[in-house]
Design a protein around this ligand. Structure first.
Ligand SMILES: Cc1cc2nc3c(=O)[nH]c(=O)nc-3n(C[C@H](O)[C@H](O)[C@H](O)COP(=O)(O)O)c2cc1C
Length: 190
């Protein structure tokens, strides 16, 4: 059984990316369990003076431990101004400064949803670049860019109305399961 955590880059209640995150457990292949990771909304803005005086805030350690003990991480995030939402960038910045850096050797998959036509193509390449620096092992294909997402989801119920998107999500999760098996990505201890 592989234990995966999902991290949603959006904090808003009606988030399309959260609708995707909510679907993932039901789309996972046999032998894969997906749970949403601990929240990062309350992290202070990264400041090395905080780290050096009072230490890492407790919620940063909670997220870092969840990443370390997972077999893989799935990001599902909107694109803000052609890049990462500030809160998600801040969360990654915090956990990246910890000893036993949690993303090192970790299997990562990326998804994005946007009402725009490109579905968040540009945020994915910025996130991929950050994962390179952090020595994560990021799945290459299939990529999931859910463009025009407002037409694919029922905004009120969160229901995915678009079968090709469901199929693609399933295909990525199957590819991620194989990727984890092939690359021997192992959850590490705290
Ligand atoms: C500050 C900000 C910047 C945005 N920049 C982009 C962008 O560069 N590309 C894009 O496709 N959508 C952009 N959007 C629109 C978001 O894709 C849209 O608000 C989306 O619904 C956010 O994801 P969520 O529904 O998961 O919260 C931006 C939205 C905000 C609030």
């Amino acid at each position: 059984m592989s234990n995966i955590i999902s991290i949603c880059g959006s904090l808003r209640k009606g988030s399309f990316n959260r609708m995707v995150v909510n679907l993932l457990p039901g789309l996972a292949p046999a032998g894969m369990s997906i749970k949403e990771g601990p929240p990062f909304a309350e992290f202070p803005i990264y400041n090395a003076d905080i780290q050096n005086s009072t230490g890492f805030p407790a919620p940063v350690n909670v997220l870092a431990d969840a990443i370390r003990t997972a077999d893989g991480v799935i990001f599902c995030t909107p694109e803000y101004n052609f890049s990462l939402p500030g809160g998600l960038k801040n969360a990654i910045d915090w956990v990246s400064r910890l000893p036993n850096q949690p993303f090192a050797g970790k299997a990562v998959a990326i998804q994005s949803a946007s009402p725009g036509p490109l579905g968040g193509a540009r945020v994915q390449y910025d996130l991929r670049k950050m994962m390179v620096f952090l020595d994560a092992l990021t799945l290459n294909k299939p990529e999931i860019f859910i463009g025009s997402c407002a037409t694919r989801f029922d905004e009120k119920t969160g229901e995915l109305k678009d079968e090709p998107t469901r199929t693609l999500l399933k295909q990525q999760l199957e590819a991620f399961a194989k990727f984890i098996a092939q690359h021997g990505c192992k959850a590490s201890s705290r």
